[in-house]
Ligand binder design. Structure first.
Ligand code: NAD
Length: 502
């Protein structure tokens, strides 16, 4: 039997339970159907066959989940950091033990290829370990003294928080939000994306089997405008950690305004990769193609605009086209596959619409630009050349394996083009001129800038965007700042004159 057939068989076994029982919500330690009894179907992006029925949660399910999170918060927030650490390390170990199940399920539910998803569970476990290790010190603060007072700060968990996640790498992204929330002493209600509900259910089950008390992590599936909206509006929820589109971020901010919540928003991007003619072109081409064609290009930090110095534009774009034409598009469980099917026919239609748009706007399709096969949501890795930065294909987030290449003549133009977008998540800069790197990294409008590198994530470092790409940072201590409230207590250091009125 080929490796692919063997993988498909194993994936079917892992997902059999979802086919039989559906993907249920998980509230206060129990698997439950939606209060209304309603379900919706999740599809395989490989052949559009139904994968499972999913609980269609709504406001009443959210309310039950928030009540469970509020009750659990009373004890979880008081559980000593060392004990929280021990439980969360067990969760990490349990994730590692079920890494294959998580990876195979994620591939079938999202269309992401096994080549990249095989590491998703390991990355998720790493998130749990990293934040678990910081739990014992999470409430520590500073002592700040002046002549008369000693101010002592400490941190307290905020309360129940809402985590709303997208479909592109759902398991990894969920752990990145949920692990620091739990390490901080918060409890969580998670609303995963409707297109990719499966691994969120695995996560909550794994966590509870590993010892996470019931009600600390709750899961409600449903639509954004139903369960998602209700979560953002619930007065019991103290903060929303949201990853998704910029427009959804705007809606959430408005929905949550009456209950004055804290937000962390990780939103869209149209990230430039700028290649100067003094750069190591081999490395730049490898990094740029990796950052747009891995994970199906469904990646917030994808390098979706390739800005290349005019002297090397033809060579760089020729080599990018060679890579695009050479990567395998295929079944996500085939170990050779780089680009799997896009998440859903709706999203595929969106991506395909930019191929027509590119032609209309006068760009050249130098590679790809078409659907592959009839079944499933497969599109060819694509390169647009002879593009201008004011074209739609250079301004809108396509969120597929689609790269728009634009030439520039000098540093000033490169910077202007890079910043000429509503987004500001990541930027990638390829140059061997240190002075230029210093100048540009000071001037690029992005929350994260990688010099001579692809996106290499370092959990201690801050993650997040500027402009329409987000609000706030997470990673390292920034995550704890978000999920915790800083409290200042002031003690007199000596008897000082208290103002006396009258
Ligand atoms: P989306 O905004 O459509 O949905 C994300 C989540 O929000 C889903 O769970 C959805 O159900 C929910 N939602 C939708 N409407 C809502 C509402 N009114 N109230 C509350 N919740 C609502 O995004 P998507 O299409 O699932 O994901 C792709 C987007 O995510 C892209 O724009 C991508 O750039 C972004 N993303 C950003 C990062 C980052 O770190 N900046 C990471 C991954 C993905």
């Amino acid at each position: 039997m080929s490796q692919l057939n063997d993988n498909i068989d194993r994936a079917q076994q892992y997902m059999q339970r979802f086919r039989e029982q559906g993907v249920l919500n998980h509230i206060n330690g129990e698997s439950v159907a939606a209060d209304s009894g309603k379900t919706f179907e999740t599809l395989s992006p490989v052949d559009l066959a139904p994968l499972a029925n999913v609980a269609h949660g709504d406001a009443s399910d959210i309310d039950r989940a928030v009540k469970a999170a509020e009750k659990a918060f009373k004890s979880w927030s008081k559980t000593p950091g060392k004990e929280r650490r021990a439980i969360l390390i067990k969760v990490a170990e349990a994730i590692e033990a079920r890494a294959e199940e998580i990876a195979f399920t994620e591939c079938m539910d999202t269309g992401q290829s096994l080549r990249f998803m095989s590491k998703a569970a390991i990355r998720g476990a790493a998130n749990f370990r990293f934040f678990a290790d910081r739990a014992p010190q999470a409430e520590d603060g500073q002592a700040l003294r002046n002549d008369t007072q000693m101010n002592v700060t400490s941190k307290r968990p905020l309360g129940p928080v809402g985590v709303i996640t997208p479909w592109n790498t759902p398991f990894m992204l969920s752990t990145w939000k949920i692990a620091p929330a739990l390490a901080s002493g918060c409890t969580v209600v998670h609303k995963p994306a409707e297109f990719s509900p499966m691994t969120a259910k695995l996560l909550v089950e794994i966590a509870e089997e590993a010892g996470l008390p019931k009600g600390v992590l709750n899961l409600v599936n449903g639509m954004g405008e139903g369960a998602g909206k209700a979560l953002t509006e619930h007065p019991g929820i103290k903060a929303i950690a949201f990853v998704g589109e910029s427009h959804t971020g705007q809606l959430i901010m408005a929905q949550a305004a009456p209950t004055l919540k804290r937000f962390h928003f990780e939103l869209g991007g149209k990230n430039p990769v700028i290649v100067f003619d003094d750069a190591d072109i081999d490395r730049a081409v490898n990094a740029a193609t990796f950052m747009i064609y891995s994970l199906n290009g469904e990646r917030c930090t994808s390098s979706s605009r390739l800005l290349v110095h005019e002297r090397i534009y033809d060579e760089v774009t020729r080599r990018v086209a060679e890579v695009a034409n050479g990567v395998k598009v295929g079944h996500p469980l085939d170990p050779e596959t780089v680009v799997g099917p896009l998440i859903h026919p709706e999203h595929e239609q969106k991506v395909l619409s930019y191929f027509a748009k590119a032609r209309e706007e006068g760009a050249t399709i130098a590679a790809g630009g078409e659907k592959v096969g009839e079944a499933g949501c497969f599109v060819r890795p694509t390169l647009f050349t002879h593009a201008r930065n004011d074209m739609t294909i250079a301004q809108e987030e396509i969120f597929g394996p689609v790269l728009t290449a634009i030439p520039f003549k000098d540093e000033e133009e490169a910077l202007r083009l890079a910043n000429d977008t509503q987004y500001g998540l990541a930027a990638y800069l390829w140059t061997n001129d240190l002075d230029r790197a210093m100048r540009l990294t000071d001037a690029l409008e992005a929350g994260m800038i990688w010099v001579n590198s692809e996106n290499v994530r370092h959990l201690e470092s801050p993650f997040g965007g500027v402009k329409s790409s987000g609000i706030g940072r997470d990673g390292g201590d920034w995550s704890f700042d978000f999920y915790m409230e800083t409290v200042n207590v002031s003690f007199p250091r000596k008897v000082h004159p208290v103002p006396k009125l009258g």
